[in-house]
Design a protein around this ligand. Structure first.
Ligand code: NBG
Length: 834
């Protein structure tokens, strides 16, 4: 940039002047003069001398400059929506796992080459600059990352969409490893001011609760009968669509106490009491709950969920009222999607607003509520289904509870009419679960109070309908549908894998970036020697870069000439990290028995966090670390097997690792992984999948042809059928390699100085019946990897399969998913910004 005039963003010939015109920012340069954005921010925001600026200062100045470039367009986007008053989508989610924004925003604004030039002119270290930005880790895993991909796709497709979430002061904990054990550290991602967010002080809202709180003995206690309120303060973040034409908003709520201070209490001497009220209000959005696919049932989480719902609904109703007069038009102006049951309190809360603030009758309010709301289910695990104690509703939200009772009584009447005498069904569909501590079933509430319930992959949606909520699906069959997940190709291919992206663009042009189905045009190139060579070269580059980064960041070394064999996701029994660990022990035994065994050297890479209270998952992490240590110390296998545990797995690490991977392990017990989304990212980046017939992996095989994946193991039907008689001991007794692997582990070979620590793993795999059926699938899993290993020896055949996978991955763009939601559930149409 600067004095250079010819600029070539990745899409071709548009130059910076044209881009500035698009973004309506006038002629101000990005850098290069005293008056340019970057220089001004550096000097005036932080009053710092250019020479003395730290990398963080430079990052902030650049991020602010990029925000300047997009600001006018951002304002114009909202103005366009206000003027045209289209139906809007509101995506309510307790999690948005955003990751970093700088590179993503630069790419989506087509500023790549402009910024690269600026970086060169200024002799900045681009990678170092990017490293200054903390990951916004406001999510646990797939569910939160999906929400982030969705809002990016919606903006790219010019949909008038808005994300609503919480602005946690602390995101998902940072994972450290000490002696092989995970320990958690707070993720203080807002320590330095975030350059993207904009505080909208004027749009704050008040949320009322029927109780107040006090801190006693270090924990939060509700004080009954003393209503209180919380203030929701919105922080907006730009969501840049690819091409920069539409810039939507992600609005995150922070909790604060009302501005007034309780002087009466204060003068009465209850200083701590008055302060405690402030304390409790502000601690509400302090931290993200670190539990993935489990519900911890904590009171603070309950209030967080209500806070998200109350703020977001009040905000969108306020916006609705600005442009509309008739409440009956509400469902034509707002589609509200509930990301899992976490925001399911939207059902009674919207009813409350329509009954009390809009003064509608029950029937009309109920039709509007159902028409506006949609619910996405993300898991069938029973421990994840949220059920909140009825007593909490009584204390905090008595009006909402009354509404829930009324919904329930109408529902049960309807069921009695349709299924006379079927008391079992009444009990199962009821919103209230009876028993000692009665509870509200949030999934039932979400299904009954919305017009659409969807699962996230075909198999998952089927199981949801036929097993988990069968009774409700029989009552409301028309509400149930499937929306197979997807991921954004901007972040997960274009940005994460620049070398391969260039190869693709050279071959088929750049239309694939906003229309991933174009990748199918790569199919014929699977037979093109030159193309296979460039694929291999791009893969090799990504592997070297990953190896270099790993050495720099952690001191661990990996050899890019080995086969990178990856398993990255949250640690959970059903995801079966232990199955992969068992396979490694089988290989280890084979090599020890036969050091001349022919096999291409492999690096096994694991990454993922365990919920802090999930002891077995933490023990799995410990086992993998011990396995790594023992293998490193064994001269027989050194150089042929290497296990690496990547600590602090996060979005940024995934962006580095996935492009560098050769094999992707998607090995959940069939029927338990709702969809998976990393499986899609690996596929797009040319890794081959070894997987069970579960989640979206099934659809990946449908797209690419089963012969291009390595599928193995029990099917979901077989898992269910085996529940009665499956016995892991049979495998132990009858399969010598299975037995040898387990014997080696439980002889403390990997825990010489910590005898017996892995006993709970033995209990899981043998004594307690191996619920997730690791041993049933181990043999076929090992065989699937033998086939994969054989293919790897044939460089061309391997690259060919990889290309066929990439060419078949078009379906798994979140653009496709979002267009299905938009037409099938939301009826929201594009509203392009002029
Ligand atoms: C997760 C599933 C994944 C799925 C993501 C996104 C939860 C509750 N569910 O399989 O386990 O890909 O949701 O839909 O986190």
């Amino acid at each position: 940039m600067g004095t250079k005039t010819v600029l070539e963003p990745s899409t071709g010939s548009r130059n910076f002047a044209k881009l500035l015109e698009l973004y309506r920012c006038g002629p101000i340069r990005l850098e290069g003069t005293d008056n340019a954005l970057y220089e001004r921010h550096l000097l005036f925001d932080n009053a710092i001398d250019m020479e003395a600026a730290t990398a963080r200062d430079r990052f902030e100045a650049l991020a602010h400059s990029v925000r300047d470039v997009l600001s006018q367009r951002w304002v114009l986007t909202e103005k366009t929506y206000e003027r045209q008053n289209p139906k809007r989508l509101y995506y309510l989610s307790m999690e948005f796992l955003i990751g970093r924004s700088l590179a993503n925003n630069v790419t989506n604004l087509l500023l790549d080459s402009v910024v690269k030039d600026a970086v060169q002119d200024k002799h900045l270290d681009w990678i170092d600059l990017l490293e200054q930005e903390p990951d916004a880790a406001l999510g646990n895993g797939g569910l939160g990352r999906l929400a982030a991909c969705f809002i990016e796709s919606a903006a790219t497709m010019h949909l008038p969409a808005m994300g609503y979430g919480l602005r946690y002061d602390y995101g998902l904990f940072k994972q450290g490893i000490r002696d092989g054990w995970q320990y958690e550290q707070p993720d203080n991602w807002l320590r330095a001011q975030d350059p993207w967010e904009v505080l909208r002080r004027n749009e704050k809202l008040e949320v009322r609760l029927n109780c107040s709180f006090e801190i006693s003995g270090g924990s939060l206690r509700a004080v009954v009968g003393q209503p209180s309120s919380l203030i929701g303060i919105p922080y907006d973040r730009p969501v840049v669509g690819y091409g920069g034409a539409t810039i939507n908003t992600l609005r995150l709520w922070a909790a604060a106490s009302p501005d007034f201070f309780n002087f009466q209490q204060f003068s009465g001497g209850d200083f701590v009491g008055a302060l405690a009220q402030t304390l409790s209000a502000e601690s509400l959005t302090r931290v993200l709950y670190p539990d993935d696919t489990t519900s911890m049932g904590q009171g603070l989480r309950f209030v967080q969920e209500y806070f998200l719902v109350a703020c977001s609904l009040a905000d969108l109703v306020r916006r609705f009222k600005r442009g509309n007069t008739e409440w009956s038009a509400f469902p034509e102006k707002a589609a509200i999607q509930l990301n899992d049951t976490h925001p399911a309190m939207a059902v009674p809360e919207l009813m409350r607003i329509l009954l009390e603030e809009a003064h509608l009758g029950w029937d009309e309010a109920w039709e509007i509520t159902k028409a506006a709301l949609g619910y996405t289910n993300h898991t069938l695990l029973p421990e994840a289904l949220e059920k909140w104690p009825l007593a909490w509703f009584e204390i905090m939200l008595p009006r909402q509870l009354e509404i829930i009772y009324e919904i329930n009584s109408r529902l049960l009447n309807e069921v009695r009419n349709r299924f006379p005498g079927d008391e079992g069904r009444i009990q199962r569909v009821s919103l209230v679960e009876d028993g000692p501590g009665r509870k509200i079933r949030m999934a039932n509430l979400a299904i009954v109070g919305s017009h659409s319930t969807n699962g996230v992959a075909a198999i998952h949606s089927g199981l949801l309908r036929t097993t988990t909520v069968k009774d409700l699906a029989e009552i409301f069959p028309e509400r149930f549908n499937n929306k197979t997940n997807g991921v954004t190709p901007r972040r997960w291919l274009l940005l994460a894998n620049p070398a391969f992206s260039r190869t693709i663009t050279e071959a088929i042009g750049d239309k694939w970036i906003a229309d991933l189905s174009q990748l199918s045009r790569l199919k014929p190139l699977a037979a093109d020697k030159g193309f296979l060579d460039s694929f291999r070269k791009a893969k090799r580059d990504a592997k070297s870069q990953f190896a270099a980064w790993l050495r720099w960041s952690s001191g661990q070394t990996v050899d890019p000439d080995t086969l990178f064999d990856c398993h990255v996701k949250r640690f959970h029994e059903y995801k079966r990290q232990m199955l992969m660990a068992l396979r490694i022990v089988v290989l280890y035994n084979r090599l020890r028995a036969n050091p001349n065994l022919e096999m291409h050297p492999r690096t096994f890479l694991f990454g993922g966090k365990a919920a802090p209270a999930y002891h077995l998952a933490k023990l799995m992490i410990k086992f993998i670390n011990n396995l790594a240590g023992t293998i490193d110390g064994d001269p027989v296998v050194r150089g042929r097997l290497k296990v690496v545990f990547l600590s602090e797995y996060c979005v940024s690490l995934a962006e580095r690792l996935i492009p560098a991977s050769d094999a992707s392990n998607q090995i959940s017990t069939a029927g338990y992984e709702a969809s998976g989304t990393s499986n899609m990212k690996f596929m797009m980046n040319g890794a081959l999948t070894v997987g069970t017939r579960d989640g979206a992996t099934i659809e990946m095989a449908e797209e690419a042809g089963e012969e291009n994946l390595f599928l193995f193991g029990l099917t979901a039907e077989q898992v269910v059928a085996g529940r009665g008689w499956y016995n892991p001991h049979w495998h132990y007794e009858n399969e010598p390699e299975t037995r040898a692997a387990l014997d080696l582990i439980f002889s403390d070979h990997f825990s010489r100085n910590e005898p017996g620590i892995f006993t709970p793993l033995r209990d899981m795999l043998l004594t307690n019946g191996d619920f997730y059926m690791h041993l049933a699938d181990l043999t076929s899993y090992v065989q699937a990897h033998e086939q994969l290993g054989a293919l790897y020896a044939d460089r061309n055949a391997w690259a060919q399969k990889a290309i066929l996978n990439v060419a078949s991955s078009g379906k798994f763009s979140s653009d496709r998913t979002i267009s299905e939601y938009a037409s099938g559930i939301w009826n929201v149409k594009p509203c392009p910004v002029p």
